[in-house]
Design a protein around this ligand. Structure first.
Ligand SMILES: NC(=O)c1ccc[n+]([C@@H]2O[C@H](COP(=O)([O-])OP(=O)(O)OC[C@H]3O[C@@H](n4cnc5c(N)ncnc54)[C@H](OP(=O)(O)O)[C@@H]3O)[C@@H](O)[C@H]2O)c1
Length: 309
């Protein structure tokens, strides 16, 4: 497993991490087996959110109840969670909501501190001074060590940065071979009439690279927005043929090739796995260091439905 020091922190982070959005109905044994398998593959970094699991903090609570971590064991994990989405109302980046959500996460996760806290999705009514006040309080009390965002544009990050003192170290964004607007737009910039050339996020990938913000790729195997995986799907025969051929060449499972398409990118992204199947964690983790060639990377990109002008 390839690791790196997450810029802006002292965290040694793997480039493949375990997302826990889907564990609400898993048993203690299933959660432990998932975690043990991840550790065996070199994954000691988990991604949560206050909203995962149907009711607030459900997946965070499921994790902690199943894991029963001692303080010493807890320190061996990097625990990240998110706040700011308030279903079904909208979003809330107020001081009160951020602090209250973190208190709820700490209690559910049975921990004294979060390694990372991300603002989950932009709040149209954000008052960045409020965010700054919340982050200052959470940092000063030792409850949160590092901060970041998710699904944010460069302008939204700049607005926060005008007031927030702490570095914003991560931006979690949707990215897979088939759902890759953050990569694809730049490849086809300036092409009138091509949907791919429409700038939907103001060059967020380049912005993150320029500002040492680590991109964390969520839904790495989903074809689109929660509409099923492309791996093995008869809706994506050409892509699966390329994936399977490369999997044979590198002697890894096909999930590893889909993972490697992201880890191969020089932006040093992290892949946030969402599978709850231990064997799939092992398979995907093998993509951490697969050295896809440029030609292979572009072939996958093209087979994923993108134009390479
Ligand atoms: N920041 C955000 O806005 C945001 C949004 C969504 C998610 N996330 C984070 O990103 C993580 C990953 O998201 P995700 O779960 O959508 O990603 P994903 O890893 O692309 O998808 C996981 C889902 O696909 C299934 N799956 C995976 N590989 C499969 C295969 N080879 N064949 C058939 N089914 C397969 C899994 O089923 P099994 O569990 O049965 O294996 C699971 O239901 C989440 O856990 C969460 O931490 C963040």
């Amino acid at each position: 497993m390839k690791t790196f020091t997450l810029p802006g922190t002292e965290i040694t982070a793997p480039n493949v991490v375990l997302g826990l959005m889907r564990i609400a109905d898993k048993s203690d044994d299933e959660v432990r087996e998932l975690a043990r398998t991840a550790r065996d593959a070199g994954i000691d970094f988990v991604d949560h959110a206050d909203i995962y699991g149907g009711s607030m903090h459900a997946c965070e609570r499921r994790w902690a109840e199943a894991m029963q971590l001692s303080s010493a064991e807890r320190e061996t994990w990097t625990i990240q969670t998110k706040c700011g989405i308030v279903p079904p109302d909208g979003f809330d980046f107020s001081y009160e909501h951020i602090v209250e959500s973190v208190e709820g996460s700490l209690e559910a996760l049975r921990t004294e501190y979060l390694d990372l806290l991300l603002l989950h999705r932009p709040d149209a009514l954000v008052e960045p001074e409020e965010v700054a006040r919340a982050f200052d309080a959470l940092e000063a009390s030792g409850k949160v060590r590092s901060f970041g965002v998710s699904n944010h544009t460069p302008g939204q990050i700049d607005l926060l940065k005008k007031f927030v003192e702490q570095p914003l170290v991560a931006n979690q964004l949707q990215l897979s071979i088939t759902h890759s607007p953050i990569v694809a737009q730049g490849v086809s910039a300036n092409m009138l009439g091509e949907d791919q050339s429409i700038d939907r996020d103001r060059g967020i990938l380049d912005y993150c690279r320029l500002n040492d913000i680590t991109v964390q790729a969520w839904s790495p195997f989903q074809a689109g927005f929660f509409d099923g995986v492309f791996l093995g799907s008869d809706k994506h025969p050409e892509l699966n043929a390329v994936i399977d051929r490369l999997a044979a060449k590198y002697d890894v499972p096909s999930m590893a090739i889909a993972t490697a398409w992201i880890t191969r990118h020089p932006a040093r992204m992290q892949v946030v796995l969402g599978t709850t199947t231990p064997e799939r964690v092992t398979a995907a983790a093998q993509g951490s260091e697969v050295p896809l060639t440029r030609a292979e990377w572009y072939e996958l990109f093209r087979a994923g439905g993108h134009i390479v002008p």
